[in-house]
Design a protein around this ligand. Structure first.
Ligand SMILES: Nc1ncnc2c1ncn2[C@@H]1O[C@H](COP(=O)(O)OP(=O)(O)OP(=O)(O)O)[C@@H](O)[C@H]1O
Ligand SMILES: [Mg+2]
Length: 231
């Protein structure tokens, strides 16, 4: 949030509580409620207001409520005293009817400069609201996903822009946490092709990049990790 160019790309995110949820729903109509310290998309919920009804989805199961009170009571059982966040929901672009986002890997390179070393697309399993590979998501080349929504040259410039966001996010994170040498940024594009930073992971999984046809991407990621002593 302290980085001016990045701030605009971060969807409004607040700590979960009952009163803030209704405010955020009034503002955005669709929000994500997720554990503050989650992994693999576990516990991530999509909450929406449509007309007079409220609904949320966890896993593949949508639930509908007739009032905000009913929704909030049900959510309270799931949240149960743990810390959750509420984040403006992004209407992610789709590929064959499934939502996708992109994982951008940025690393401090051996000459101590931030470099984006890999980008890979993650497509949600049918009817799921998370794209995580460990939650049934499929890994697909970013270029392939983007080219379904824009021409060739726009695809290339979007990829360059995402690479730039990776570098800025790496610098911003290291400014604040000096031990950081790599990050994985989850970036979603909405229907107007605006990129949004959904989260930044500080111990990103390098192995998803083995799924890319070009083996040099994974090789470089590992080489950089080893340069900083990551096993
Ligand atoms: N605000 C949002 N708008 C749209 N989709 C979202 C939003 N927040 C999360 N998602 C979807 O849910 C997925 C998982 O959410 P997120 O990356 O925040 O948590 P996580 O991967 O479970 O956590 P962590 O990586 O910290 O273990 C995202 O990759 C994205 O597909
Ligand atoms: Mg994530």
């Amino acid at each position: 949030m302290r980085s001016k160019p990045l701030r605009r790309l971060i969807p409004e995110t607040v700590r979960y509580d009952r009163a803030r949820l209704i405010k955020m729903l009034n503002r955005y109509a669709m929000v994500y409620v997720k554990p503050e310290t989650g992994t693999h998309g576990k516990g991530v919920m999509r909450v929406a207001q449509d007309g007079r009804n409220y609904r949320y989805q966890l896993g593949k199961q949508p639930r509908v409520f007739r009032s905000y009170g009913d929704l909030a009571n049900d959510l309270a059982k799931r949240v149960k005293g743990r810390r959750y966040l509420i984040q403006r929901g992004i209407h992610l672009l789709k590929h064959n009817g499934r939502a996708f986002d992109l994982r951008v890997m940025a690393q401090l390179n051996p000459s101590k400069k931030w470099e984006t070393t890999g980008i890979i697309g993650r497509v949600a399993a049918p009817r799921k609201i998370v794209t995580n590979y460990h939650d049934g998501g499929t890994l697909v080349q970013a270029r392939r996903l983007l080219s379904g929504h824009m021409g060739k040259s726009a695809t290339s410039s979007t990829i360059r822009r995402l690479e730039g966001v990776g570098v800025l996010a790496g610098q911003a994170m290291r400014n604040r946490y000096s031990g950081i040498t790599e990050i994985g940024v989850d970036i979603g594009l909405d229907r107007s092709l605006t990129p949004w930073i959904i989260e930044v992971n500080t111990s990103p999984d390098p192995y998803i990049f083995r799924k890319l046809p070009d083996p040099s991407v994974f090789r470089k990621i590992r080489r950089y990790q080893q340069a900083y002593g990551r096993k």
